[in-house]
Design a protein around this ligand. Structure first.
Ligand code: TRP
Length: 464
Protein backbone atom coordinates (compact mmCIF):
# COMPACT_ATOMS: atom_id res chain seq x y z
CA UNK A 1 0.00 0.00 0.00
CA UNK A 2 1.28 3.42 -0.89
CA UNK A 3 1.27 5.73 2.10
CA UNK A 4 0.31 9.31 1.34
CA UNK A 5 0.67 11.91 4.09
CA UNK A 6 -0.31 15.56 4.34
CA UNK A 7 -0.19 18.08 7.16
CA UNK A 8 -2.44 21.09 7.47
CA UNK A 9 -1.09 23.99 9.49
CA UNK A 10 -3.75 25.18 11.90
CA UNK A 11 -3.55 28.90 11.40
CA UNK A 12 -6.47 30.80 9.98
CA UNK A 13 -9.85 29.86 8.60
CA UNK A 14 -10.13 27.91 5.35
CA UNK A 15 -11.05 29.88 2.23
CA UNK A 16 -12.18 28.95 -1.27
CA UNK A 17 -8.59 28.86 -2.50
CA UNK A 18 -7.65 26.25 0.14
CA UNK A 19 -10.75 24.30 -0.80
CA UNK A 20 -10.16 24.17 -4.54
CA UNK A 21 -6.38 23.93 -4.39
CA UNK A 22 -5.89 21.53 -1.51
CA UNK A 23 -8.88 20.21 0.42
CA UNK A 24 -11.08 19.04 -2.44
CA UNK A 25 -8.31 17.22 -4.37
CA UNK A 26 -6.88 15.67 -1.20
CA UNK A 27 -10.23 14.26 -0.11
CA UNK A 28 -10.82 12.91 -3.62
CA UNK A 29 -7.39 11.26 -3.57
CA UNK A 30 -8.08 9.70 -0.16
CA UNK A 31 -10.96 7.78 -1.71
CA UNK A 32 -8.73 6.02 -4.24
CA UNK A 33 -7.99 2.35 -3.64
CA UNK A 34 -4.49 1.18 -2.85
CA UNK A 35 -3.49 4.20 -0.79
CA UNK A 36 -3.26 4.56 2.95
CA UNK A 37 -3.82 8.25 3.70
CA UNK A 38 -2.57 10.23 6.66
CA UNK A 39 -4.09 13.67 7.27
CA UNK A 40 -3.06 15.58 10.31
CA UNK A 41 -3.53 18.98 11.89
CA UNK A 42 -0.04 20.45 12.12
CA UNK A 43 -0.59 22.41 15.31
CA UNK A 44 3.05 22.28 16.42
CA UNK A 45 3.84 23.99 13.14
CA UNK A 46 1.12 26.54 13.85
CA UNK A 47 2.97 27.59 17.01
CA UNK A 48 5.88 28.71 14.87
CA UNK A 49 3.72 31.09 12.89
CA UNK A 50 1.32 32.40 15.49
CA UNK A 51 1.33 33.10 19.19
CA UNK A 52 -2.33 33.74 19.95
CA UNK A 53 -3.53 30.65 21.88
CA UNK A 54 -7.21 31.33 21.22
CA UNK A 55 -6.62 31.58 17.50
CA UNK A 56 -4.62 28.38 17.36
CA UNK A 57 -7.34 26.48 19.24
CA UNK A 58 -10.13 28.02 17.15
CA UNK A 59 -8.33 27.32 13.91
CA UNK A 60 -7.73 23.70 14.88
CA UNK A 61 -11.44 23.25 15.45
CA UNK A 62 -12.42 25.03 12.24
CA UNK A 63 -9.98 23.16 10.07
CA UNK A 64 -10.86 19.76 11.55
CA UNK A 65 -14.58 20.49 11.14
CA UNK A 66 -14.03 21.70 7.58
CA UNK A 67 -12.25 18.56 6.41
CA UNK A 68 -14.84 16.32 8.05
CA UNK A 69 -17.75 18.35 6.69
CA UNK A 70 -16.28 18.17 3.20
CA UNK A 71 -16.26 14.39 3.28
CA UNK A 72 -12.98 13.23 4.80
CA UNK A 73 -13.84 9.80 6.20
CA UNK A 74 -11.93 9.16 9.43
CA UNK A 75 -12.67 5.45 9.14
CA UNK A 76 -10.90 5.28 5.83
CA UNK A 77 -7.99 7.62 6.49
CA UNK A 78 -5.80 8.36 9.48
CA UNK A 79 -6.96 11.73 10.75
CA UNK A 80 -5.13 13.04 13.80
CA UNK A 81 -3.60 16.02 15.53
CA UNK A 82 0.18 16.36 15.49
CA UNK A 83 0.37 17.40 19.14
CA UNK A 84 -1.34 14.15 20.19
CA UNK A 85 1.65 12.17 18.92
CA UNK A 86 4.57 12.57 21.37
CA UNK A 87 6.64 10.36 19.07
CA UNK A 88 6.81 13.29 16.62
CA UNK A 89 8.80 15.65 18.88
CA UNK A 90 10.84 12.70 20.06
CA UNK A 91 11.79 11.84 16.50
CA UNK A 92 12.41 15.52 15.81
CA UNK A 93 15.24 15.43 18.31
CA UNK A 94 16.77 12.23 16.92
CA UNK A 95 16.68 13.85 13.48
CA UNK A 96 17.96 17.21 14.73
CA UNK A 97 21.11 15.46 15.91
CA UNK A 98 21.95 14.21 12.41
CA UNK A 99 20.86 17.32 10.52
CA UNK A 100 23.57 19.56 9.14
CA UNK A 101 23.05 23.12 10.34
CA UNK A 102 24.06 24.30 6.90
CA UNK A 103 21.13 22.41 5.40
CA UNK A 104 18.75 24.47 7.53
CA UNK A 105 20.60 27.69 6.69
CA UNK A 106 19.56 27.09 3.10
CA UNK A 107 15.84 26.55 3.79
CA UNK A 108 13.77 29.08 1.84
CA UNK A 109 11.56 30.29 4.68
CA UNK A 110 14.53 30.96 6.96
CA UNK A 111 16.57 32.56 4.17
CA UNK A 112 13.67 34.82 3.24
CA UNK A 113 13.41 36.00 6.85
CA UNK A 114 17.17 36.67 6.97
CA UNK A 115 17.09 38.54 3.66
CA UNK A 116 14.26 40.68 4.94
CA UNK A 117 16.24 41.55 8.07
CA UNK A 118 19.34 42.41 6.06
CA UNK A 119 17.33 44.54 3.64
CA UNK A 120 15.93 46.43 6.64
CA UNK A 121 19.43 46.96 7.98
CA UNK A 122 18.79 44.69 10.97
CA UNK A 123 20.82 41.87 12.44
CA UNK A 124 20.49 38.79 10.19
CA UNK A 125 18.63 36.74 12.80
CA UNK A 126 16.58 39.52 14.37
CA UNK A 127 13.19 38.24 15.50
CA UNK A 128 13.77 34.76 14.05
CA UNK A 129 12.96 31.93 16.45
CA UNK A 130 14.75 28.62 16.59
CA UNK A 131 11.30 27.19 15.84
CA UNK A 132 11.29 28.75 12.38
CA UNK A 133 14.80 27.47 11.86
CA UNK A 134 13.84 23.95 12.95
CA UNK A 135 10.60 23.93 10.97
CA UNK A 136 11.91 21.56 8.27
CA UNK A 137 13.14 19.03 10.85
CA UNK A 138 9.75 18.89 12.55
CA UNK A 139 8.17 18.39 9.16
CA UNK A 140 10.66 15.63 8.34
CA UNK A 141 9.64 13.88 11.58
CA UNK A 142 5.94 14.11 10.60
CA UNK A 143 6.71 12.37 7.35
CA UNK A 144 9.42 9.89 8.31
CA UNK A 145 7.64 8.60 11.42
CA UNK A 146 4.97 7.04 9.22
CA UNK A 147 7.30 5.98 6.40
CA UNK A 148 5.21 7.95 3.92
CA UNK A 149 6.01 7.37 0.27
CA UNK A 150 4.24 10.38 -1.12
CA UNK A 151 3.62 13.86 0.25
CA UNK A 152 1.23 16.04 -1.73
CA UNK A 153 2.30 19.64 -1.20
CA UNK A 154 2.25 23.02 -2.81
CA UNK A 155 5.30 24.13 -4.76
CA UNK A 156 6.52 26.23 -1.81
CA UNK A 157 6.91 23.06 0.27
CA UNK A 158 8.91 20.94 -2.17
CA UNK A 159 12.21 21.97 -0.63
CA UNK A 160 10.99 20.71 2.74
CA UNK A 161 10.45 17.25 1.30
CA UNK A 162 13.94 17.34 -0.18
CA UNK A 163 15.29 18.23 3.25
CA UNK A 164 13.33 15.32 4.75
CA UNK A 165 14.93 12.97 2.22
CA UNK A 166 18.39 14.31 3.04
CA UNK A 167 17.85 13.82 6.74
CA UNK A 168 16.43 10.33 6.23
CA UNK A 169 19.37 9.32 4.08
CA UNK A 170 21.86 10.61 6.59
CA UNK A 171 20.16 8.77 9.46
CA UNK A 172 19.98 5.54 7.45
CA UNK A 173 23.63 5.91 6.54
CA UNK A 174 24.76 6.57 10.10
CA UNK A 175 22.70 3.89 11.79
CA UNK A 176 23.21 1.14 9.29
CA UNK A 177 19.74 0.17 8.25
CA UNK A 178 16.88 1.25 6.07
CA UNK A 179 14.97 2.73 8.95
CA UNK A 180 13.32 5.44 6.89
CA UNK A 181 11.53 5.43 3.57
CA UNK A 182 12.67 8.33 1.36
CA UNK A 183 9.54 10.39 0.68
CA UNK A 184 8.64 11.98 -2.64
CA UNK A 185 6.85 15.28 -3.05
CA UNK A 186 3.89 15.26 -5.37
CA UNK A 187 2.81 18.60 -6.72
CA UNK A 188 -0.55 18.48 -8.43
CA UNK A 189 -0.06 20.12 -11.83
CA UNK A 190 -3.66 20.23 -12.95
CA UNK A 191 -5.20 21.59 -9.76
CA UNK A 192 -6.52 25.10 -10.19
CA UNK A 193 -4.85 28.01 -8.47
CA UNK A 194 -7.85 30.08 -7.56
CA UNK A 195 -7.62 33.84 -8.06
CA UNK A 196 -8.81 35.99 -5.19
CA UNK A 197 -10.97 39.10 -5.12
CA UNK A 198 -8.24 41.20 -6.76
CA UNK A 199 -7.19 38.61 -9.34
CA UNK A 200 -3.94 37.62 -7.64
CA UNK A 201 -3.71 34.10 -6.22
CA UNK A 202 -6.27 33.77 -3.40
CA UNK A 203 -4.17 33.89 -0.26
CA UNK A 204 -4.40 35.09 3.29
CA UNK A 205 -1.23 37.09 2.78
CA UNK A 206 -2.88 39.17 0.03
CA UNK A 207 -6.03 39.67 2.08
CA UNK A 208 -8.12 38.79 -0.99
CA UNK A 209 -9.86 35.62 0.16
CA UNK A 210 -13.45 34.43 0.26
CA UNK A 211 -13.92 32.37 3.44
CA UNK A 212 -15.29 28.89 2.85
CA UNK A 213 -18.20 28.96 5.26
CA UNK A 214 -19.95 32.24 4.58
CA UNK A 215 -23.73 32.08 4.67
CA UNK A 216 -25.36 32.46 1.23
CA UNK A 217 -25.95 36.19 1.64
CA UNK A 218 -22.41 36.99 2.68
CA UNK A 219 -21.08 34.68 -0.02
CA UNK A 220 -23.07 36.54 -2.67
CA UNK A 221 -21.77 39.83 -1.37
CA UNK A 222 -18.18 38.61 -1.48
CA UNK A 223 -18.56 37.32 -5.04
CA UNK A 224 -20.03 40.65 -6.12
CA UNK A 225 -16.80 42.20 -4.85
CA UNK A 226 -14.58 40.30 -7.28
CA UNK A 227 -12.75 42.81 -9.47
CA UNK A 228 -13.68 42.81 -13.16
CA UNK A 229 -12.82 45.14 -16.04
CA UNK A 230 -15.02 48.02 -17.17
CA UNK A 231 -16.72 46.31 -20.12
CA UNK A 232 -20.45 46.95 -20.12
CA UNK A 233 -23.42 44.63 -20.63
CA UNK A 234 -23.74 43.41 -24.21
CA UNK A 235 -20.00 43.75 -24.92
CA UNK A 236 -18.43 40.37 -25.78
CA UNK A 237 -15.99 39.35 -23.05
CA UNK A 238 -12.89 37.16 -23.07
CA UNK A 239 -13.30 34.30 -20.54
CA UNK A 240 -9.58 33.52 -20.64
CA UNK A 241 -8.81 37.00 -19.42
CA UNK A 242 -11.28 36.91 -16.52
CA UNK A 243 -10.64 35.78 -12.93
CA UNK A 244 -14.35 35.49 -12.48
CA UNK A 245 -14.40 32.85 -15.19
CA UNK A 246 -11.47 30.98 -13.64
CA UNK A 247 -13.36 30.73 -10.39
CA UNK A 248 -16.50 29.67 -12.25
CA UNK A 249 -14.59 26.89 -13.97
CA UNK A 250 -13.37 25.54 -10.61
CA UNK A 251 -16.97 24.92 -9.55
CA UNK A 252 -18.89 24.28 -12.78
CA UNK A 253 -19.31 21.04 -14.71
CA UNK A 254 -17.73 20.96 -18.19
CA UNK A 255 -21.15 21.72 -19.74
CA UNK A 256 -21.77 24.64 -17.42
CA UNK A 257 -18.31 25.98 -18.16
CA UNK A 258 -18.91 25.72 -21.88
CA UNK A 259 -22.26 27.49 -21.53
CA UNK A 260 -20.60 30.29 -19.56
CA UNK A 261 -17.94 30.67 -22.27
CA UNK A 262 -20.75 31.24 -24.74
CA UNK A 263 -22.46 33.68 -22.39
CA UNK A 264 -19.20 35.67 -22.22
CA UNK A 265 -19.00 35.78 -26.00
CA UNK A 266 -22.63 36.92 -26.08
CA UNK A 267 -21.82 39.80 -23.74
CA UNK A 268 -23.20 38.68 -20.35
CA UNK A 269 -23.18 41.53 -17.82
CA UNK A 270 -20.58 41.20 -15.04
CA UNK A 271 -23.34 41.47 -12.45
CA UNK A 272 -25.19 38.55 -13.99
CA UNK A 273 -22.01 36.47 -14.28
CA UNK A 274 -21.36 37.08 -10.58
CA UNK A 275 -24.88 36.07 -9.60
CA UNK A 276 -24.46 32.79 -11.47
CA UNK A 277 -21.08 32.18 -9.86
CA UNK A 278 -22.46 32.80 -6.36
CA UNK A 279 -25.29 30.32 -7.03
CA UNK A 280 -22.84 27.73 -8.33
CA UNK A 281 -20.55 27.96 -5.31
CA UNK A 282 -23.51 27.84 -2.98
CA UNK A 283 -24.81 24.70 -4.69
CA UNK A 284 -21.55 22.89 -3.96
CA UNK A 285 -21.13 24.15 -0.40
CA UNK A 286 -24.69 24.24 0.94
CA UNK A 287 -24.79 20.66 2.24
CA UNK A 288 -21.25 20.65 3.67
CA UNK A 289 -22.04 24.00 5.32
CA UNK A 290 -24.88 22.36 7.26
CA UNK A 291 -22.55 19.58 8.37
CA UNK A 292 -19.88 22.11 9.28
CA UNK A 293 -22.28 24.05 11.48
CA UNK A 294 -23.35 20.88 13.25
CA UNK A 295 -19.76 19.76 13.80
CA UNK A 296 -18.53 23.10 15.15
CA UNK A 297 -21.48 23.14 17.52
CA UNK A 298 -20.34 19.80 18.89
CA UNK A 299 -16.55 19.93 19.27
CA UNK A 300 -16.57 16.96 21.63
CA UNK A 301 -17.36 14.65 18.74
CA UNK A 302 -14.45 16.00 16.70
CA UNK A 303 -12.21 15.65 19.73
CA UNK A 304 -13.09 11.96 20.02
CA UNK A 305 -12.48 11.41 16.32
CA UNK A 306 -9.03 12.99 16.59
CA UNK A 307 -8.17 11.05 19.73
CA UNK A 308 -9.17 7.81 18.05
CA UNK A 309 -7.08 8.72 15.04
CA UNK A 310 -4.09 9.44 17.27
CA UNK A 311 -4.46 6.16 19.16
CA UNK A 312 -4.47 4.27 15.89
CA UNK A 313 -1.35 5.85 14.42
CA UNK A 314 0.49 5.69 17.72
CA UNK A 315 0.19 1.91 17.57
CA UNK A 316 2.51 2.18 14.58
CA UNK A 317 4.64 5.06 15.85
CA UNK A 318 5.45 3.59 19.27
CA UNK A 319 7.21 0.41 18.14
CA UNK A 320 8.99 2.33 15.38
CA UNK A 321 10.35 4.90 17.83
CA UNK A 322 11.49 2.03 20.02
CA UNK A 323 13.41 0.62 17.07
CA UNK A 324 14.98 4.02 16.39
CA UNK A 325 15.91 4.60 20.02
CA UNK A 326 17.62 1.24 20.05
CA UNK A 327 19.37 2.07 16.77
CA UNK A 328 20.89 5.29 18.12
CA UNK A 329 21.89 3.68 21.42
CA UNK A 330 19.09 4.74 23.75
CA UNK A 331 18.57 1.32 25.29
CA UNK A 332 17.52 -0.24 28.54
CA UNK A 333 20.72 -1.14 30.31
CA UNK A 334 19.93 -4.85 30.38
CA UNK A 335 19.88 -4.75 26.59
CA UNK A 336 23.30 -3.16 26.14
CA UNK A 337 25.00 -4.95 23.30
CA UNK A 338 28.52 -5.06 24.67
CA UNK A 339 31.24 -4.95 22.05
CA UNK A 340 32.34 -8.50 21.28
CA UNK A 341 35.83 -8.84 22.68
CA UNK A 342 37.53 -12.09 23.52
CA UNK A 343 36.58 -11.54 27.14
CA UNK A 344 32.88 -10.95 26.59
CA UNK A 345 32.33 -13.45 23.82
CA UNK A 346 32.18 -16.46 26.10
CA UNK A 347 29.00 -18.50 25.77
CA UNK A 348 26.25 -17.16 27.96
CA UNK A 349 25.83 -20.38 29.82
CA UNK A 350 23.36 -20.18 32.64
CA UNK A 351 24.33 -21.26 36.10
CA UNK A 352 22.20 -24.37 35.86
CA UNK A 353 23.77 -25.26 32.51
CA UNK A 354 20.72 -24.52 30.42
CA UNK A 355 20.69 -22.09 27.55
CA UNK A 356 18.66 -21.13 24.55
CA UNK A 357 18.44 -23.78 21.84
CA UNK A 358 16.71 -25.04 18.72
CA UNK A 359 14.65 -28.19 19.27
CA UNK A 360 13.72 -30.13 16.16
CA UNK A 361 10.57 -32.25 16.20
CA UNK A 362 8.33 -34.09 13.80
CA UNK A 363 4.71 -33.16 13.28
CA UNK A 364 1.92 -35.62 12.59
CA UNK A 365 2.00 -34.57 8.95
CA UNK A 366 5.50 -36.05 8.77
CA UNK A 367 7.28 -32.72 8.34
CA UNK A 368 10.14 -31.52 10.50
CA UNK A 369 9.87 -28.30 12.48
CA UNK A 370 12.04 -26.64 15.03
CA UNK A 371 11.26 -24.64 18.06
CA UNK A 372 13.41 -21.80 19.38
CA UNK A 373 13.41 -21.99 23.19
CA UNK A 374 15.02 -19.64 25.69
CA UNK A 375 17.20 -20.68 28.59
CA UNK A 376 14.11 -21.43 30.66
CA UNK A 377 12.83 -23.78 28.01
CA UNK A 378 10.07 -21.40 27.04
CA UNK A 379 9.07 -21.53 23.38
CA UNK A 380 9.68 -18.27 21.48
CA UNK A 381 8.99 -19.31 17.90
CA UNK A 382 8.09 -22.35 15.83
CA UNK A 383 9.40 -22.93 12.33
CA UNK A 384 7.64 -23.80 9.13
CA UNK A 385 7.79 -27.49 8.10
CA UNK A 386 10.81 -29.03 6.38
CA UNK A 387 11.11 -32.29 4.47
CA UNK A 388 14.05 -33.58 6.52
CA UNK A 389 15.92 -32.83 9.76
CA UNK A 390 18.89 -31.77 7.63
CA UNK A 391 16.79 -29.09 5.96
CA UNK A 392 15.51 -27.91 9.32
CA UNK A 393 19.10 -27.65 10.54
CA UNK A 394 20.13 -25.76 7.40
CA UNK A 395 17.41 -23.21 8.10
CA UNK A 396 18.64 -22.82 11.69
CA UNK A 397 22.17 -22.18 10.42
CA UNK A 398 20.91 -19.70 7.84
CA UNK A 399 19.00 -17.84 10.53
CA UNK A 400 22.07 -17.68 12.78
CA UNK A 401 24.32 -16.66 9.89
CA UNK A 402 22.12 -13.68 9.01
CA UNK A 403 23.49 -10.48 10.59
CA UNK A 404 21.28 -9.29 13.45
CA UNK A 405 20.64 -5.95 11.73
CA UNK A 406 19.30 -7.71 8.69
CA UNK A 407 17.21 -10.14 10.71
CA UNK A 408 15.67 -7.12 12.35
CA UNK A 409 15.03 -5.44 9.04
CA UNK A 410 13.52 -8.52 7.42
CA UNK A 411 11.38 -9.61 10.35
CA UNK A 412 7.74 -8.63 10.42
CA UNK A 413 7.14 -7.58 13.99
CA UNK A 414 3.45 -7.32 14.71
CA UNK A 415 2.08 -9.10 11.66
CA UNK A 416 -1.67 -9.65 12.06
CA UNK A 417 -2.61 -13.27 12.75
CA UNK A 418 -5.46 -15.18 14.26
CA UNK A 419 -5.87 -14.06 17.85
CA UNK A 420 -3.65 -10.96 17.60
CA UNK A 421 -0.28 -10.23 16.09
CA UNK A 422 2.93 -12.19 15.85
CA UNK A 423 6.60 -12.01 14.96
CA UNK A 424 7.55 -13.53 11.61
CA UNK A 425 11.21 -14.34 11.13
CA UNK A 426 12.32 -14.29 7.52
CA UNK A 427 15.20 -15.63 5.49
CA UNK A 428 16.33 -13.37 2.66
CA UNK A 429 13.50 -10.91 3.27
CA UNK A 430 10.77 -12.95 1.64
CA UNK A 431 10.93 -16.47 3.05
CA UNK A 432 9.10 -16.89 6.35
CA UNK A 433 11.01 -19.36 8.47
CA UNK A 434 9.47 -19.19 11.96
CA UNK A 435 6.60 -17.57 13.82
CA UNK A 436 5.91 -16.59 17.39
CA UNK A 437 2.61 -17.44 19.02
CA UNK A 438 -0.21 -14.90 18.78
CA UNK A 439 0.51 -11.86 20.96
CA UNK A 440 -1.90 -9.19 22.17
CA UNK A 441 -0.32 -6.12 20.57
CA UNK A 442 2.64 -4.52 18.81
CA UNK A 443 4.39 -3.83 22.12
CA UNK A 444 4.28 -7.50 23.02
CA UNK A 445 5.52 -8.42 19.54
CA UNK A 446 8.52 -6.15 19.97
CA UNK A 447 9.29 -7.58 23.37
CA UNK A 448 9.04 -11.07 21.91
CA UNK A 449 11.34 -10.15 19.05
CA UNK A 450 13.95 -8.94 21.54
CA UNK A 451 13.76 -12.25 23.39
CA UNK A 452 14.16 -14.11 20.10
CA UNK A 453 17.21 -12.04 19.27
CA UNK A 454 18.60 -12.65 22.73
CA UNK A 455 18.16 -16.40 22.31
CA UNK A 456 19.75 -16.40 18.84
CA UNK A 457 22.72 -14.42 20.17
CA UNK A 458 23.10 -16.94 22.99
CA UNK A 459 23.07 -19.89 20.58
CA UNK A 460 25.51 -18.17 18.24
CA UNK A 461 27.86 -17.39 21.12
CA UNK A 462 27.73 -20.97 22.36
CA UNK A 463 28.52 -22.31 18.89
CA UNK A 464 31.45 -19.97 18.36
N1 TRP B 1 4.42 22.89 6.21
C1 TRP B 1 3.17 22.49 5.62
C2 TRP B 1 2.45 23.73 5.09
O1 TRP B 1 2.64 24.82 5.58
C3 TRP B 1 2.29 21.78 6.61
C4 TRP B 1 2.93 20.52 7.07
C5 TRP B 1 3.46 20.24 8.30
C6 TRP B 1 3.12 19.36 6.28
N2 TRP B 1 3.97 18.99 8.31
C7 TRP B 1 3.77 18.42 7.12
C8 TRP B 1 2.79 19.03 4.97
C9 TRP B 1 4.13 17.16 6.64
C10 TRP B 1 3.15 17.78 4.51
C11 TRP B 1 3.81 16.86 5.32
O2 TRP B 1 1.68 23.58 4.17
Amino acid sequence: MRRVLTGITTTGTPHLGNYVGAIRPAIAASRRDGVESFFFLADYHALIKASDPERIARSTLEIAASWLALGLDPKRVHFYRQSDIPEIPELTWLLTCVTAKGLLNRAHAYKAAVDQNLAAGEDADAGITAGLYQYPVLMAADILLFRAHEVPVGRDQVQHIEIARDIAQRFNHLYGAEHFVLPEASVAEHVAVLPGLDGRKMSKSYDNTIPLWLDPKALRKAVLGIVTNSQGPGEPKDPDDSHLFQIYRAFGSPEETRAMREAYAAGIAWGEAKERLAALIDRELAAPRERYRALVANPREIELTLEEGAARVRDVARPFIRELRRAVGLRALGQVEAPQTAATATPAKKADGRRAAFKTFRERDGRFHFRLVDANGESLAVSVGFASPAEARAAQHALLATPAEQRRRDAIIGAPCEGGVRVELMLAADRPVAFSDALPDADAAHACFERIEGALAEIAAAAA
